[in-house]
Design a protein around this ligand. Structure first.
Ligand code: AP5
Length: 216
């Protein structure tokens, strides 16, 4: 399965990706997780990305495209992958098309997750994320609390609110999404692999994806 998950911040891309990964032997490529790891490591790339991320802006395409090209060539992508958070601009989508054609790979699904804004705001302010850069498991204090408050079920590290989860940064991320990322819906709409799904229930989304492309 080779899948792109599109959707606003907090639409549930990471949550759906995690559920699909448990079902199929594929990897999730989350540019957000990759960037947060780089920030935690304090690498030059992380230092450059941090300011953009904390302001709720997109990291420049020049940084993301280099990261992605290298990642898609990795051996663990051969069985399939889920792209979570990439592409996020039309130029990124154009570059992805070129990268995939160079690698001789096609996409099985391009799925847009539809969630109303009030639900998104509630989800983002109640999300907790594992602070271990190698884990980054997602929880929610209302809908998916960790078994022990403040502790990740998977690795035992502390769960925290992300640096871009302030009210101001969330507002900026949603604005950036409308301006830069939502136009991807028009870009992909005529592709036979495209579908837009109501995403209030993550399990229903996963079932819909599995029934559309699970056998491929
Ligand atoms: P990134 O990490 O990709 O953030 P995002 O797109 O804003 O998406 P989120 O991770 O916030 O949300 P999600 O849709 O994965 O939702 P989740 O499953 O966690 O990017 C962060 C930053 O990095 C960007 O702002 C940018 O600066 C930079 N960046 C990343 N990629 C880039 C790129 N390609 N180009 C340039 N810059 C880039 O769910 C949210 C919460 O809701 C959780 O608590 C979850 O438990 C809960 N939840 C989910 N689904 C449900 C459900 N069905 N019912 C109830 N609760 C649910």
């Amino acid at each position: 399965m080779r899948l792109i998950l599109l959707g606003a911040p907090g639409a549930g891309k990471g949550t759906v990706a995690e559920m699909l990964v448990q079902k199929y032997r594929i990897v999730t490529i989350s540019t957000g997780d990759m960037l947060r790891s780089a920030v935690n490591e304090g690498s030059p790339l992380g230092k450059e990305a941090k300011e953009f991320m904390n302001r709720g802006e997109l990291v420049p395409d020049s940084i993301i495209l280099g990261l992605m090209e290298e990642r898609l060539r990795s051996g663990d992508c051969r069985e399939g992958f889920i792209l979570d958070g990439f592409p996020r601009t039309i130029p990124q989508a154009e570059s992805l098309k070129a990268m995939l054609s160079k690698l001789g790979i096609g996409l099985d699904g391009i799925v847009n997750l539809e969630v109303p804004r009030d639900v998104i705001l509630r989800r983002l302010s109640s999300r907790r994320t594992c602070s271990n850069p190698d884990c980054q498991a997602i929880f929610n204090i209302y809908t998916k609390p960790s078994k022990k408050e403040g502790i990740c079920d998977k690795c035992g590290s502390a769960t925290v609110q992300r640096d871009d989860e302030t009210e101001e940064a969330i507002g900026r991320r949603l604005k950036t999404y409308e301006e830069k990322t939502a136009p991807l819906i028009g870009y992909y709409k005529s592709d036979p692999a495209y579908a837009s799904l109501p995403a209030l229930d993550a399990k229903e989304v996963v079932d819909a994806i599995v029934s559309r492309i699970g056998g491929k």
